[in-house]
Design a protein. Structure first.
Length: 210
């Protein structure tokens, strides 16, 4: 702390602990005047500095939290978190946080760079059929699973029916649409419906929807 000599008005720094050890007695190094510094004032000054220090820490903490919130908002609105979610630990942390707050992560769409890499039609009894295949996310981010559309056509190429299957209808029990479509792996799909009948022609397409 800084004190001022009452005789020559010289100002110099002293150690508060040394002042307490000498009961507040100080000798001016300029004019050799001996005077006393009130220990109560010394304590008050220390409390003020301590309070200011805690206030500064609190202010820095608030600023830090505001910056974190701002970064989170930017990542949320730009869907940039979908790129970071390609890392398994980060993706799992996002899913755990979403589950804790009972919300669903809006994985980005429309679905880009998602391909059908395999599909086959299997006939079933009662003039029905089912379609099995695999899709792949070739993007560099986690996306929403697409809607799969099946167009049935007759032998002349005319459309008989057009069916749509949502992710919850074609994914296996080991996958959940809310977890997002991770890039770099093939995901199996299974299309089955009473309306999916045996037909001369089938066309399986992915619908790009937000």
């Amino acid at each position: 702390m800084e004190i001022t000599c009452p005789r020559c008005e010289s100002t110099f720094a002293v150690d508060p602990r040394a002042l307490r050890a000498h009961q507040g007695l100080v000798r001016c190094t300029v004019c050799q005047q001996v005077f006393r510094v009130e220990l109560a004032a010394l304590a008050s000054g220390g409390e003020e500095r301590s309070g200011w220090s805690w206030g500064r820490r609190l202010l820095l903490l608030v600023i830090f939290l505001l910056v974190l919130v701002l970064i989170a908002q930017v990542l949320w609105w730009t869907r940039s978190y979908a790129y970071a979610a390609t890392s398994t630990p980060i993706r799992q942390a996002l899913l755990n946080a979403a589950a804790r707050f009972d919300v669903q992560i809006p994985w980005p769409g429309p679905n880009r760079d998602i391909r059908i890499v395999q599909s086959s039609v299997l006939p079933l009894p009662d003039h029905r059929a089912e379609i099995r295949g695999k899709i792949r996310n070739e993007a560099q981010l986690v996306q929403a699973y697409p809607v799969i559309q099946v167009t049935l056509s007759n032998s002349y190429g005319g459309t008989i029916a057009r069916l749509e299957f949502r992710p919850s209808e074609y994914l296996g029990p080991d996958r959940h649409a809310a977890d997002g479509f991770v890039p770099g792996e093939d995901v199996s799909f299974h299309l089955s419906s009473p309306k999916l009948i045996a037909a001369p022609g089938y066309q399986v397409t992915l619908l790009s929807r937000p």
